[in-house]
Design a protein. Structure first.
Length: 321
């Protein structure tokens, strides 16, 4: 099985962002995630006459199908009737989708009648298969693959998304797929730290998390919790007026650090990151390293794959080197 070039994956994502109203998707995300109906219920897309989670997509119904990727993955098969490989892959995907219970949706696209969908995905050859989740392409392969590889690809896709897209488990339950549910045993040390955080005792929370890390340096929950508690303590004390003060005094390092905290607390994350990256560009020595460390600490407040963090990391590397 082939894997897409990362640059091509980025291009696919950008193309789909232009084709789908992502703002509307986000606005409807909560409602979609709590929907109890089957993944394809209420869709404007036509089905194949028997299984509602297998749909033949037209340019008019494309967005309605992609919107369903807020609930379950959508596997988009971009093929053509003249291509024997497309027909072979379509038959395999249709068979797997029929048995899935709606844990994922198969969206079949005939590029002869819907060429603009192929253009949106940057298709170079048929068949091309793209997995979409939350309105964005997340994986793809070109050409036909055998059934064993295809089954493994689908399984990896579901495993990666099961905790994020609730419709997967619902579909697997309909299909009678046994899904192991691990019993969650709470760490009493983490519980104590979280309780301290919730009552606003950020210093105590930091103490609990630090004690855990002294014994278990690799404990990711404690690392994340410590970063959150440190930030919460700073953010609680920061005056929002410091942003204007920092803008007026770009060489005031303390003001820049406090302003960045205030901006993150105010959901102005990109602005906060940009502020500290530009500060790193302007200063040198120990202050520069202090700003860098502060910015890295802010990165830890967000998931590692947050695009804002990824972009800021690249800019920071450029500023440093």
């Amino acid at each position: 099985m082939t894997r897409p070039d990362p640059r091509k994956t980025a291009a696919l994502s950008a193309a789909l962002s232009g084709a789908v109203d992502l703002g509307a998707l986000k606005a409807r995300a909560d409602a979609a995630r709590t929907a109890a109906a089957s993944p394809a219920s209420g869709s404007a897309a036509p089905d194949n006459g028997s299984v509602p989670w297998i749909v033949d997509v037209t340019e008019a119904s494309f967005q309605a199908v992609v919107e369903q990727s807020l609930q379950v993955p959508v596997v988009v098969l971009l093929g053509a009737s003249y291509s024997p490989e497309s027909q072979q892959l379509a038959a395999s995907l249709t068979r797997f989708a029929s048995a899935s219970g709606g844990a994922w949706i198969l969206a079949r696209v005939d590029l002869e009648s819907a060429p603009r969908i192929g253009q949106a995905f940057g298709v170079q050859s048929v068949p091309t298969t793209v997995a979409v989740a939350a309105g964005q392409p997340i994986d793809a392969f070109a050409g036909p693959i055998d059934d064993a590889e295809l089954s493994q690809w689908i399984a990896r896709l579901l495993d990666a998304l099961r905790e994020r897209l609730p419709g997967i488990r619902a579909g697997e339950a309909r299909a009678g797929v046994p899904v192991e549910v691990e019993e969650v045993v709470e760490d009493p040390r983490i519980v104590a730290a979280e309780e301290a955080f919730e009552r606003g005792d950020y210093v105590a929370a930091q103490g609990f998390y630090s004690e855990i890390l002294a014994v278990e340096p690799g404990n990711e929950l404690a690392k994340e919790g410590l970063a959150q508690a440190r930030f919460a303590e700073r953010a609680e004390a920061v005056d929002p007026a410091v942003i204007a003060k920092a803008d007026a005094a770009p060489e005031d390092v303390e003001a820049q650090l406090a302003a960045a905290d205030a901006q993150v607390a105010g959901q102005m994350v990109d602005e906060a990151f940009s502020r500290l990256v530009e500060t790193v560009r302007r200063i040198f020595g120990e202050d520069r390293d202090r700003v860098r460390q502060h910015l890295v600490g802010l990165f830890e407040l967000f998931p590692a794959d947050d695009p804002r963090v990824a972009a800021a990391r690249r800019k920071l590397a450029s500023a440093l080197y």
